[in-house]
Design a protein around this ligand. Sequence first.
Ligand SMILES: Cc1ncc(COP(=O)(O)O)c(C=O)c1O
Length: 347
Amino acid sequence: MNSNFNPLSAEELVSRINKIPRIRLAQLPTALEYAPNISKELNINLYIKRDDCTALAFGGNKTRHLEFIMAKTLSGEYDCILTGAASQSNFCRQAVAAANKLNLDSYLVLMHGIKGKLMQGNFLLYNILGANVEVVDGENLEEIPKHLYRKYSQLIKEGRKPLLIYGGFGKEDTTLAGISYANAMAEIDLQMKEQNFMADHLFVTAANMTQAGCELGAKILNWPTRIQGISPVYWEMNIKKDIARICNEGAKLLDVNIKFNHEMINHDNTYVGEKYGATTKAGIEAMKLLANKESIILDPVYTSKGFAALIDYVQKGIIKKGDNVIFIYTGGSPAVFAYNEDINNPK
Ligand SMILES: Cc1ncc(COP(=O)(O)O)c(C=O)c1O
């Protein structure tokens, strides 16, 4: 860390974040819940940050992101949103839900992926929420921006005024999403004080921006905590560099003098399994264990793999007996309904 950096208190961090334009979509703070049964099982002290309970059409980490990303709609210059991801996208579900609240139409361009047009889980919820959905062939998420440009031109020709939301592929969107998770870290800072502990480890299932926000917030607040990101996807891009970039952009926006580089980022992609969107046996076992011990239902694509990693880190001794561990439950549970076969018959 830079020698001339002065850590901020949670209150100071929040007051800087509050200067950034935002619309309120989430019910915050979410709980930081001690999980006694699974703690006993794993011989650690496990706290779960319930970001699955942000509200907004089943909620999740993206509700926090969208509070900042969608603040642009306050200008009144947009009549709809356009975004895209995989067909069972939690992000798209929350974006459409936010658009409805703001009286905007929604257009989604979705990669077919492994669940395609299956009218279940998040795809069913786009239908109920009333989004305009186009499914394109393929499953490489890095092709999404290309499809978004095409759809954007089409909407403009039709006279629409879309807010194009790049999500994880946009420089500005990722920075704003990162800020929203620095805010979550300020929440956790106060909750740890109330509950009288400091985390040794924080686990988050993250493609890029959510982890970046956790890293940024934890450094600004000067936690000694080891932040560990668990990837749901194999990227072609250098994701640690991308996470460090988002942290640096966020630090600039918050006017804090911290510099990040990729070597500071712990990001593990060895729990993805076959590919993005496919379940893993360890993930399904982890999902069932947490459900059995704490009645918390993880999602099959992201958090079950993150939680499987947490269990494996305990077994490998990276997380030690008695350590205080926070697991950020980033949401996504509606996807379980699209994965009934995979959950019933894990391979
Ligand atoms: C449930 C869940 N967890 C984690 C993530 C990863 O978040 P990010 O892309 O911000 O790193 C996502 C992204 O879609 C998600 O839906």
